[in-house]
Design a protein around this ligand. Structure first.
Ligand code: ADP
Ligand code: MG
Length: 249
């Protein structure tokens, strides 16, 4: 099967410090890939490398190649890459205006004008993100008044309004309760038919519940990358074995 993303010999430095070391990976389309590893190992840096966000950090230096469907992402415009590869951060950042306006922001920017089209996008994406029924009667409510879990799902819905092909999620559940985590996981499993999802998480049970593939990063090194079952039941590297046994981080 053809991969949607190919990462070749990726090195990332901040100043003198190397935070990603020779990462090689192929990401399969319409699957969920979990990125696991202890805090500070490079998960966020890795995700931000995939949409060139890392290039905006002050002391960044990187080498290697990242191909999005055979196209080097460095040859793509920043806007094009962010349109194809959406990202949702750890702490939800709903814009301080209505739910509806949060969702039509990007479509309007990309030229959608018709009110019915906008209404449809809003409903479709809220449904996909599993939050429509909860907030359909409050679309004019200021989005920052929603609960943390609702804002997180709203931000995922908002990322989907751009029609990305890949969705990068950086620890989207780290500040959520069990009920909201369940909602988000169920939703991710549903939308993974249509989107390729990469999710950084330090929640190993979460990786096991939702990810088709799991990549374990330690000190910037990709220690092991395989089917999730294989990582958790038959890890090949002693460090993976130790990490999933809870020996560190
Ligand atoms: P994780 O998401 O796994 O916790 P990060 O990717 O955030 O790890 O960080 C990896 C390493 O890179 C850490 O040592 C962190 O301190 C360092 N780092 C991250 N961003 C920057 C930056 N902009 N400048 C300098 N160092 C950074
Ligand atoms: Mg992080």
């Amino acid at each position: 099967m053809k991969s949607i993303l190919t990462i070749k010999d990726l090195d990332v430095y901040f100043g003198d410090k190397q935070v990603l070391k020779n990462i090689n990976m192929k990401i399969e389309r319409n699957k969920i890939t979990a990125i696991i590893g202890p805090s500070g190992c490079g998960k966020s840096t890795f995700l931000k490398s995939l949409n060139l966000l890392v290039n905006e950090e002050n002391s960044f230096r990187g080498t290697g190649e990242i191909l999005f469907k055979d196209k080097n992402i460095n040859t793509m415009g920043r806007e094009e890459i962010r349109e194809k590869i959406g990202m949702v951060f750890q702490h939800p950042t709903a814009f301080p205006f209505s739910v509806y306006k949060n969702l039509i922001y990007a479509p309007i920017y990309y030229g959608v004008k018709d009110k019915n089209d906008l209404d449809k996008i809003v409903e479709d994406k809220l449904r996909m993100a599993g939050i429509y029924n909860e907030i359909k009667d409050n679309l004019n409510m200021v989005a920052t008044k929603l609960s943390g879990g609702q804002q997180q799902r709203l931000c995922i819905a908002r990322a989907l309004t751009v029609e990305p092909e890949i969705l990068l999620l950086d620890e989207p559940c780290s500040s959520l309760d069990v009920k909201n985590i369940e909602n988000i996981e169920r939703m991710l499993l549903e939308i993974s038919n249509e989107y390729t999802i990469l999710i950084a998480t330090h929640n190993l049970a979460q990786a096991q519940r939702i990810a088709n593939y799991t990549a374990f990063i330690l000190n910037g090194e990709l220690v092991e990358f395989a089917e999730t079952d294989k990582i958790f039941t038959a890890p090949q590297d002693i460090r993976t074995k130790e990490y999933i046994a809870g020996l560190y981080g």
